[in-house]
Ligand binder design. Sequence first.
Ligand code: PMP
Length: 367
Amino acid sequence: MNRRIEALVPAAAASGIVAAVVRPEILALTKYAVAKAPGLVKLDAMESPFPLPEAVRAKVAAAVAAVPVNRYPDGAADGVKAALRGAFDLPSAAGLILGNGSDELIQLITMALARPGAVMIAPEPSFEMYRMNAIFSGMRYVGVSLRADFALDVDAMEAAVAQARPALVYLAYPNNPTGNLFDESAMERILRVAPGLVVVDEAYHAFADASFLPRLAEFPNLLVLRTVSKIGMAGLRLGYAVAAPEWIAEFEKVRQPYNLNALTQAVAPVLLAEQGMLATWAAQLKAERARLEAALARLPGVAVFPTRTNFVLARVPDAPRWFEALRAAGILVKNRHGVHPLLLHCLRITVGSPAENDALLAALAVL
Ligand code: PMP
């Protein structure tokens, strides 16, 4: 700010100007909460609990040391794209775009489709960034409640699609925070009736044993969104979207030219090449998930919902009290009570390492 304006605008007066110029829907928002967890067993954010093996750390260190940080990164991030195509067998005819986390892709896809009056539809409860991004971009948001068992209410979704003609539908497959995988035929019905883009968000694909990726050619309005965050690389911030090249070409126009930093571009291919390590981690987490589900289900008054992710949603007798008691015992989970009526007294618990899960179960045993 130049000195003349500074003199006219004392810092204390900022709130009045902020209220006058920031969009009312932004003023009304609450920031997406990221919990601090110093010293806690972190079971709140679906991160992988596994540190890199020493030999892989050495490869990462060498890759990072070679990065020319004085230069901008490769704007196309071709090395990362090749590594992703190799690691996940992405259809070669499909377009691919990378994001700084899949969060960024949600933002830029939404922005590109947010014509005045355009509508976004998503089931509820689901990943809250869909609705938030509708607000950021000025899209009208229509949430359609899931059934009590967290299945898609296909009739209600179809009715909403017919009425609102959404430019954009988000379906998390499997869903967060409920953990379940929607019925494939229900997904197909929505893909067939939706007049615009349907984003199938497969953030948890590594634990789901199901994907719409092989069906991309069948649905010209399908985009499959993924992330490496849940498979051991949350710190890299790397998401990817696969769809018909025509979609990707438009989204590329909205992407910031250097959205993937050079360090991420150097490290991601190193880790994606460790297919054995990634597969072992996913298998271990699936085994731990089964153990956790069974142990939680044995607790009196606890209902465990089916999950195809690396977290378990459980309804407990008193979620706020259990959340606080767990935190006092050094364990951070996510309390979803109060977020949506269907999540009454629900805690979302990320599957951790065997030792972390033992610590969780020990703390729950003495609640
Ligand atoms: N989609 C879903 C369904 C998620 O649960 C998350 C993470 N919580 C994301 C997208 C965003 O993941 P990231 O930005 O780390 O790629």
